[in-house]
Design a protein around this ligand. Structure first.
Ligand SMILES: [Zn+2]
Ligand SMILES: [Zn+2]
Length: 309
C-alpha cells in the first residue's frame, strides 16, 4: 500500500520468478529489450511523464500493453507507485533510484543515434558549460575515452543469457511513430526486442558463428536467422566466410551495452558465478562507464544536463 510504508520498511522489489535464474545481464536484457519499455522510460526522463494517462496519450500505446509494462517496471523496482490526490486518489509512477540510474543508458542510445543515424535529435545541453554536448563513453577510473576494442571481458561460469527471450505479451504494433522524441527505427529494432538485444550482447562477448549464437542464447534457429539477417541489413554485422562480425556501427553500440551491463550488475540480484567482468585494458580498472562532454570534457551528470524538447 503506497503511502503507509515507512522508508525503512520497503521490501526489496520482487524479482519475477521467470527471470530469477538468469544472470544480471540476462535479466537486464529481458527487462529493457522492449521498445515500449524504452519509450516509457524515455518519456519519464524527458517529459516527466508520471501517469498512466500521460503515457497512453503520449505514446498511443494500448492500455493493456501499457498496464503490463508498468507492472513489470514496478516489479523490477524501476518505478514505484505513489498516491496523490486529484479529486479522488490516484497513483503516479515515480522513478526509483534504480530507475533514475538508467538515465545514462538512454543518453548512450541518444549518442549512438547522433553518431550513426541521420535523423534530427533533441539537442543535449550540458548545463555546466552551457554548450551542446555530444556525450562520449569514457572509463570512470582513468577518464580516457573508450570503445569495445579497449576492453577485456572475463565471464563467470554461469554467465548465460539463455532463456532471455521468454514470451511476453507482445503485439506486432502500430508502425513506430517516428517523432522527434522517439528513437530512430534502427536503434528501436536493435534494442527494442529481447532477442535482438541478446544477439548483440552475444556478439560483444565474442559470438561469431551461427552456432555460437545458438549455443549462447538457446534461440530458435528461425528467430536467430531472422535477427542475423536484419543485423546485416542494418549494417550492425558484416557476414564473411560464415562469420558475423560487428561493424563500426555495431561496435559503437558498446557504449549502450556498457551501461546496461554496469546497471544490471549493480542493481539486479543474480546467482553467484553469473557475472561478467569487463576491464578497461589501458588502466586495468573494472568497467565503470561514464559519459563525458565533448565541449568541456566534464562528466555528464543527470542533474546537470537537459534535452531541448
Ligand atoms: Zn581506464
Ligand atoms: Zn560541457
Amino acid at each position: 500500500m503506497p503511502g503507509v510504508q515507512t522508508p525503512t520498511a520497503v521490501a526489496a522489489p520482487e524479482t519475477p520468478e521467470s527471470t530469477v535464474e538468469l544472470s544480471a545481464i540476462g535479466q537486464g536484457l529481458a527487462i529493457l529489450g522492449d521498445r515500449w519499455v524504452l519509450l516509457i522510460l524515455q518519456r519519464a526522463f524527458l517529459l516527466h511523464v508520471r501517469t498512466f494517462a500521460g503515457w497512453r496519450d503520449e505514446l498511443g500505446i494500448s492500455e493493456s500493453v501499457l498496464a503490463s509494462r508498468l507492472k513489470e517496471l514496478v516489479a523490477h523496482g524501476i518505478f514505484e507507485t505513489a498516491a496523490y490526490r486529484n479529486g479522488r486518489t490516484r497513483y503516479e509512477y515515480r522513478l526509483t533510484d534504480r530507475g533514475l540510474d538508467l538515465w545514462s543508458l538512454l543518453v548512450a542510445i541518444h549518442s549512438w543515434e547522433r553518431d550513426w543515424t541521420e535523423r534530427p535529435l533533441p539537442p543535449l545541453i550540458h548545463d555546466n558549460c552551457g554548450r551542446e554536448a555530444h556525450a562520449y563513453l569514457a572509463c570512470g577510473e582513468c577518464r580516457e575515452g573508450m570503445t569495445a576494442r579497449d576492453t577485456r571481458t572475463v565471464r563467470g561460469p554461469l554467465a548465460t543469457f539463455a532463456r532471455v527471450g521468454l514470451p511476453r505479451q507482445h503485439r506486432r504494433t502500430l508502425a513506430s511513430r517516428t517523432d522527434f522524441l522517439g528513437y530512430c527505427p534502427d536503434s528501436m529494432e536493435i534494442l527494442g526486442d529481447r532477442w535482438s538485444t541478446s544477439v548483440l550482447a552475444a556478439a560483444f562477448l565474442g559470438a561469431h558463428r551461427f552456432g555460437d549464437f545458438q549455443a549462447e542464447l538457446g534461440i530458435a534457429p528461425s528467430v536467430l536467422t531472422d535477427r542475423l539477417r536484419r543485423f546485416v541489413e542494418l549494417g550492425v554485422f558484416q557476414l564473411s566466410g560464415g562469420l558475423y562480425r560487428l561493424t563500426d556501427r555495431g561496435l559503437a553500440f558498446f557504449k549502450v551495452f556498457a551501461f546496461l551491463v554496469s546497471w544490471a550488475q549493480r542493481e539486479l540480484p543474480a546467482p553467484a558465478g553469473s557475472e561478467l567482468t569487463i576491464t578497461h585494458r589501458p588502466c586495468g580498472a573494472a568497467l565503470a562507464p561514464i559519459l563525458l562532454c565533448t565541449a568541456c570534457g566534464g562528466t555528464l551528470e543527470r542533474r546537470e544536463v537537459h534535452f531541448i524538447t
